[in-house]
Design a binder for this molecule. Structure first.
Ligand SMILES: [Zn+2]
Length: 269
């Protein structure tokens, strides 16, 4: 499998405690963008410190898990963009999204590289992001109460695309991805369509609702089931200092069988 040569270095080391909240208050989004650039990631955080910090932490955590447990999590997206809703070409109700292929997303800007990740600008603090996530988890919207869940979720969409393109090849219109993923068969975009078109039975939708919450259940989309499951099992493998202390895949044991199969099949493609 083709992976990025560069491993992201840890930028932060602590959990969401007083120290980290202080760290978030000191974050300079521009310097985090510069660090991402060193690893080949073109990041624009729109001057938003909480999201710059969340993305830096999430990418670091995934890089550490990749190294420690030999999982293909070390695919930083080619571009990360924090946007104001009115900048989007197509209005969206979601807080974030990932594009599987190259796409014009922001008014007046060139198309982004496929597998790039986007997140709506949040003017609030990391405390608010944490509080909002706790509340959503309490009301069974999402699969994890972790304050990094939003960024992890979008990064896992990007990782899933990268895994599929690595194995199946990339046959879309993005010149950057064409150079990156050169497998012989080149039907990665069809494979992603196939996954997103998996049909779930009523019973399975109920199980998704119970295991992952209403968001994943309501989308009826296996790509969302993948991202929500990976977010849940990854967050569960972190300690209070945000260090991975367990292989996330071990947390899959409590997942419904068909979800376990979806995850395992993606990684064994
Ligand atoms: Zn999603």
């Amino acid at each position: 499998m083709k992976v990025y040569k560069e491993q992201p270095n840890p930028i932060f080391k602590s959990g969401l405690n007083k120290k980290l909240i202080k760290d978030f208050n000191r974050i300079n989004p521009k310097s985090i963008e510069a660090e991402f650039r060193e690893f080949g990631v073109n990041a624009n955080f729109n001057n938003n410190a909480p999201l710059a910090g969340c993305f830096a932490l999430s990418v670091n955590i995934l890089g550490e898990i990749a190294a420690r447990y030999h999982l293909p999590f070390n695919f930083p997206p080619p571009e990360i963009r924090v946007y104001n809703p009115n900048e989007l070409i197509t209005p969206l109700r979601a807080r974030g999204f990932c594009i599987s292929d190259t796409k014009q997303v922001i008014k007046g800007e060139a198309p982004f590289v496929g597998t790039s990740v986007f997140m709506e600008k949040s003017t609030e603090s990391i405390n608010y992001i944490n509080f909002r996530r706790d509340l959503e988890y309490f009301f069974r919207v999402c699969s994890s109460p972790h304050f990094l869940a939003d960024t992890l979720h979008e990064l896992f969409h990007s990782i899933q695309c990268s895994i599929v393109y690595s194995k199946e090849g990339y046959d879309g219109a993005c010149p950057v991805l064409r150079k990156l993923y050169t497998a012989q068969s080149a039907n990665g975009t069809a494979k992603l369509d196939e996954i997103s078109n998996i049909k779930y039975s009523k019973k399975e939708i109920m199980e998704i609702r119970k295991y992952l919450g209403n968001y994943a259940a309501n989308t009826h989309n296996a790509l969302e089931v993948f991202a929500e499951t990976m977010t849940k099992i990854t967050a569960l493998s972190l300690n209070q200092k945000l260090e991975p202390i367990k292989n996330p895949m071990d947390n899959l044991k409590s997942a419904p069988k068909f979800i376990k199969k979806l995850i395992e099949e993606t990684f064994s493609l």
